[in-house]
Design a protein around this ligand. Structure first.
Ligand code: FES
Length: 121
């Protein structure tokens, strides 16, 4: 897909019905969900030129917990829903932080960053 007016190019390379690679290029940085695109490699006929997941395919976001493959958007949703309000609760809900533990400090930082302020009484 070429958008000559905006100078954008989105190109997918397929072989035998499988996605091999994708190129997103433009005069300024192009926003794409890299984890989403990488997860679609080797799928039969993936639709990836939008550069982000469809509305029915939530983007987990950049990986925070590599051991359990948990992304920042998944963590933010768990915190903001009130489902996980501690590092231990993130472990119970998502598995994040329950293996090597090296991501626990980042999980604690995300809890501080994403917790919704409590309502004033
Ligand atoms: S990176 Fe999260 S438990 Fe290892």
């Amino acid at each position: 897909m070429i958008d000559a007016k905006r100078g954008l190019a989105r190109i997918a390379f397929h072989a035998e019905g499988r996605l091999l690679a994708a190129l997103f290029a433009g005069p300024s940085p192009v926003a794409v969900a890299r984890d989403h695109l990488a997860s679609r490699l080797n799928e039969a006929k993936p639709t990836i030129l939008a550069g982000r997941p469809r509305a029915d395919m939530p983007d987990p976001g950049a990986t925070v917990c590599a051991c359990l493959n948990v992304g920042i958007n998944t963590i933010r949703a768990a915190i903001q829903s009130g489902r996980a309000l501690s590092v231990a609760a993130l472990g119970e809900a998502l598995g994040a932080g329950t293996s090597c533990g090296s991501c626990r400090p980042e999980l604690a930082g995300l809890l501080t960053r994403f917790k919704l302020p409590e309502a004033a009484e």
